[in-house]
Each structure stands twice: as structure tokens, then as C-alpha cells.
Ligand binder design. Structure first.
Ligand code: ADP
Length: 185
């Protein structure tokens, strides 16, 4: 499924984010930037040790990465030249500004991509694995944040923002959220 927002193509696909031919893929990292399970582990395995080395340098220089913020490293051996590491919120029942923190993770990642002059970026479904965010709600927040970012008058640089959903169920949730956004409220 795909729609155009401003001059940017927004695409939803099912697949493995480590295999995407885009300029940057986004990692659902943890605040320690240590690499872990889920998509984080898959990206570090596929990209090799150069990603971890840069993450550890960032950790030494900047400390922990708070939820909602993002940093950029090499893509190592990946097809993608860069990995943007962001930290989503851990689900605690929906209070505590978790939607806003999740939106901020997407926004910060897109800002970094834009600041590096990148044209194509792929996201996984941040926070909906180990961090427990319900996927239907996360899909609405994620797509809303991306749409808001791409709708800014100055937000015209990105050619494609791709969501790479691992499971058919997740793809369905994102498709439904996108359909819900497209129709008048
Ligand atoms: P978080 O800790 O932010 O919840 P996870 O990695 O546990 O991050 O899960 C985030 C999402 O990434 C989940 O929907 C999971 O199924 C998905 N995922 C895991 N591996 C991959 C992959 N190789 N490509 C795309 N998505 C993946």
C-alpha cells in the first residue's frame, strides 16, 4: 500500500528491514545502544561490528540515548549506508506521554535523515515488540507523526519513507491505520 504526502512516497511493505535498499534504515534500539533482540539484534548481525563500534563511541561521548531521540551511524555491511538508532517508549498502559515519545522517535529519525540529505528511509514498527506497545495504536501514532513531518512546508526533501512490517498482522494494522487517516474524519 502506498500514498503520496507532499512530494514523498509513503509505502507500507511486509519484509525484513535489514534487506532494504534505502539510504538509511531505522533501528528500534535501547537507550544503552548495546544491541539486543528483535530488530536491533537483526540489524547488528546483518551490518556487522562497525555499527556496534560507532554506537559505543556515541555512548562514551554522549551517554545514554533517551527515549524519543535518535542518532546516526554507518550501515556497516548493510545495503543501507546508514542506520538511524532511535529509542521508543516502553508500554506502560498508555499514560505517561507514551504516544508523544513514540511520535518523537519517528520525528527525530526523520530530522536526522533530512539533516544528512538522505532521500529514502525505512522504519520498523518501533516499540511494538519487546517494548509492548499495542500495534494498532502504535500504527496510528507512527503514521500520524510521519504525515505531520512530511506535511511541513519545508518537508520536501525525502523521496520515500517506507515502513517494513515483519508480520502480516502488523502490515494489516498499519494499512488499516493509513486507510483511517486518509478518509475524512
Ligand atoms: P521494541 O523493543 O522497540 O519493541 P523489537 O525489535 O522488539 O523492538 O520489535 C519491534 C518490531 O520489529 C516488532 O514488530 C518485530 O516483529 C519487528 N522486527 C523484528 N525483526 C525485524 C526485521 N528483521 N525487520 C523488520 N521488523 C522486524
Amino acid at each position: 500500500m502506498e500514498v503520496t504526502i507532499g512530494r514523498t512516497l509513503l509505502r507500507l511493505v511486509q519484509g525484513d528491514i535489514t534487506q532494504q535498499e534505502v539510504e538509511a534504515i531505522v533501528n528500534a534500539a535501547n537507550s544503552e545502544l548495546t544491541g539486543g533482540g528483535g530488530v536491533d539484534g537483526a540489524i547488528h548481525r546483518a551490518g556487522g561490528p562497525a555499527i556496534h563500534e560507532e554506537c559505543m563511541r556515541i555512548r562514551r561521548e554522549k551517554g545514554r540515548l533517551p527515549a524519543g531521540q535518535a542518532v546516526i551511524t554507518t550501515g556497516g555491511r548493510l545495503k543501507a549506508r546508514y542506520v538511524i538508532h532511535t529509542v521508543g517508549p516502553i508500554w506502560h498502559g498508555g499514560g505517561h506521554g507514551q504516544d508523544e515519545t513514540l511520535a518523537s522517535a519517528y520525528r527525530s529519525s526523520l530530522e536526522l535523515a533530512e539533516n544528512h540529505g538522505l532521500r529514502t528511509v525505512a522504519f520498523p514498527s518501533i516499540s511494538t515488540g519487546a517494548y509492548g506497545f499495542p500495534v494498532e495504536r502504535a500504527a496510528r501514532v507512527a503514521l500520524g507523526a510521519v504525515r505531520a513531518f512530511l506535511s511541513r512546508p519545508e518537508g520536501q526533501a525525502l523521496e520515500e519513507v517506507r515502513f517494513v512490517l515483519f508480520s502480516g498482522r502488523d502490515l494489516e494494522a498499519y494499512e488499516q491505520a493509513l486507510r483511517g487517516m486518509a478518509s475524512p474524519e
